[in-house]
Design a protein around this ligand. Structure first.
Ligand code: PMP
Length: 457
């Protein structure tokens, strides 16, 4: 059952009363009118079922309307919603204890916010206050938020307005071993490697050397003195699941610290078990950040986010009073606790590893079969499939072609995402509860959509 509002009425409201940018975006040429969700499934207003492999941009972590999370919200809604944390209340403390237990020492001090942009904004401020420095570095192609501060950090021009955003943000070359100047056929921490030849010398990853060289050049060319911080998504999200050589973060963190900066892991998309082998993406690289930001999956779709840091940085930051009306409200904390319980009880981190590895391995077979699949990459259920005109040129497949395949996949009952600087990468970041049977269904649909596209050429 739905509200009874017709699709025509919905579209009229969308065009008249809703942020014009939203009304322009329907994601598909023939929009999907979503009505209901359960675990990895969504239903539209006509009762059509879709396998959701995008989870509202990697946001629905444990499943749409997961019964355990829904029950926890219902219980809390009847008890207490809000006190702005000016009084002591149990849900906040229960949640922070639980979240802290998922982070390594000394990352134990938590600031609860309401969105990823807000969390990254806070992390930028913390880095600057703690170090006394101003410059912040991140990768080209990164997405860290849409607030005026984080927009300076975000490095995809389509999300940027021509106004003054946070100054002092510098974008270094993204160590992308598929699209970048230096390939690496066995340097990614993924079950699937690139088709690009690497130039390893006696087991030493030269791609890593070159990309770290670019970071050094960024310091030399763009950072006036010492640095405040370095942001990195462990696997890029909006950038199209771009992965870096395994040792990049280790060396980059060392360089940044030598320059007086702190290291920030943006786990908005990669956290909460999504990468399979670890609970946090940074753990896959064997590094320990000074600040971790998280959003999206933290609340399974409920608006909440967090910044976690060390007691030392928190002490520097305590110079002023940091206040946030909704951050840490009782309902959000009940949701957050239930999400962490569901990840553990449903074995979702392990499921990401198992199902994600199977999916990437099978996708690599499709890559070998189809000239227009250039790269398959990722870890766990943070997966990118980069489409090209042909493998030799690696020229990105154009937006029209991408849309045709994308729409066809949807019409066959599967929702996936798109990303990358040129919109050339399909993204698969589903609720973490999908099964290998779901994967088989998707693989058949994706294969068919590519065949359909090729047949039309
Ligand atoms: N960081 C990353 C890696 C993201 O993908 C996003 C959202 N796409 C954000 C930060 C910003 O989060 P929000 O939209 O909740 O502000």
């Amino acid at each position: 059952e739905y509200t009874g509002m017709s699709k025509e009425h919905i579209m009229a409201i969308r065009n008249k009363n809703i942020n014009p940018m939203t009304s322009k975006i329907t994601y598909y040429k023939k929009p999907v009118f979503i009505h209901q969700g359960h675990m990895q499934w969504l239903w539209d207003m006509d009762g059509r079922r879709y396998l959701d492999l995008f989870a509202g941009v990697a946001t629905v972590a444990v499943g749409h309307c997961h019964p355990k999370v829904t029950a926890a919200v219902e219980k809390q809604l009847k008890k207490l919603w809000h006190t702005t944390n000016i009084y002591v209340n149990a849900p906040l403390h229960e949640y922070c204890e639980k979240l802290a237990s998922h982070l390594p020492d000394p990352l134990k001090v938590i600031y609860l916010t309401n969105s990823g942009s807000e969390a990254n904004d806070l992390a930028m401020l913390m880095a600057r206050i703690h170090t006394g420095n101003y410059d912040i570095i991140t990768f080209r192609g990164s997405y860290h938020g849409g607030s005026q501060q984080t927009m300076g950090l975000t490095s995809q021009s389509s999300y940027k307005y021509p106004i003054a955003t946070s100054s002092g943000c510098t974008h270094t070359m993204c160590p992308d071993v598929f699209r970048g100047p230096w390939g690496g056929s066995h340097c990614r921490d993924s079950p699937v490697q690139t088709i690009r030849q690497c130039s390893c010398v006696q087991g030493q990853c030269m791609a890593n050397e070159h990309y770290i060289g670019q970071l050094k050049e960024t310091f030399a060319a763009s950072v006036p003195s010492r640095v405040a911080g370095f942001f990195g998504e462990p696997i890029q999200g909006m950038g199209g699941a771009v992965q870096y050589p395994k040792n990049y973060f280790k060396e980059a963190y060392k360089l940044v610290r030598e320059k007086g900066g702190v290291c920030i892991a943006d786990e908005v998309q990669t956290g909460f078990g999504r990468t399979g082998t670890h609970f946090w993406g940074f753990q896959g690289y064997g590094v320990l950040p000074d600040i971790v930001t998280m959003a999206k999956g933290i609340g399974n779709g409920f608006p909440m986010a967090a910044v976690v840091t060390t007691p030392e940085i928190a002490a520097s930051f305590a110079k002023a009073y940091h206040f946030n009306t909704f951050g840490g409200n009782s309902v959000a904390c009940a949701v957050g606790s239930a999400v962490l319980n569901a990840i553990r009880e449903d074995g979702l981190q392990q499921n990401c590893h198992h199902v994600g590895t199977y999916l990437m391995t099978e996708l690599a077979k499709l890559r070998d079969k189809h000239e227009i699949i250039g790269d398959v990459r990722g870890k766990g259920l943070q997966i990118g499939v980069e489409m090209v005109k042909d493998k030799a040129s690696r020229e990105p497949l154009g937006p029209e072609a991408m849309m045709e395949i994308f729409e066809d996949v949807k019409d066959m009952g599967v929702l996936i995402g798109k990303g990358g600087l040129y919109g050339q990468t399909f993204r698969i970041q589903p609720p973490m509860c999908i099964t290998t049977a779901d994967v088989d269904f998707f693989l058949a649909v994706f294969d068919k959509a590519i065949h359909n596209y090729m047949d039309r050429q």
